[in-house]
Design a protein around this ligand. Sequence first.
Ligand code: PEP
Length: 261
Amino acid sequence: MRKPIIAGNWKMHKTIAEGVALASDLMAAATGELADFNGCEVVLCPPFTAIRAVADAVKGSAIQVGAQDVHWESHGAFTGEVSCAMLIDAGCSWVIVGHSERRAMFGDTDESVNRKVKAALAAGLKPIVCVGESLDQRESGLTHDIVTAQVLAAFNGVPAQQGAKVVVAYEPIWAIGTGRASSAADAQEVCAGIRTTLSGIYGSEIASEIRIQYGGSVKPGNMQEFAGEADIDGALVGGASLNAADFSGIIRATGVAKNRR
Ligand code: PEP
């Protein structure tokens, strides 16, 4: 039984004080109705500047902290970049890799995503690897090919015991920040395809352990549908993770759906 994982990608939002306030509101929710986060793993991914403060704020709780990107080298002349060791030092146990915004705007490629995945795993950080097709690609019937190629590239050369620690986030680009979520059935179809690809790499036992999130305009009102699907093990949440009530609503809905499965 895979434990659902809900991660909040704060993107370029929240100062240190705002991030700590949001984390504190979520912790307050966790001690009340959402005890034990309804069996979900919860990860907050603030901007680099707020990581240390948020990690300190959630210390002792079940909330984990991640970064939104990382460089694959351990140190050196890479102006503006941050290494895996620096993220761990700041309190991260997770890192998002290959988000479509980084692929589209900041030059991430399948190859650099693979390097980041390997560096993260070697350092002891767990990667959340984002894959997903554009609207053009979907309308041209290329979704399966694009997503399969991204998954194969991301896991290239990653041994099975390491691969099992990775979370894949299926995020159709056209659904990110648009308010236009995929249907749960369409997302399930792609996520099942991702599991088949993982099975081809690692065999069905390891593939059945790897968690696959859906991401793209997830809200408390649509999460139950996604989490009710067989191959969807939680969500990567952008906009709705910036508000404690919405993010806890998503955690609540995931728990409800998983308990019914
Ligand atoms: C994201 O950026 O990963 C995302 C899923 O954003 P949103 O939830 O805002 O669509």
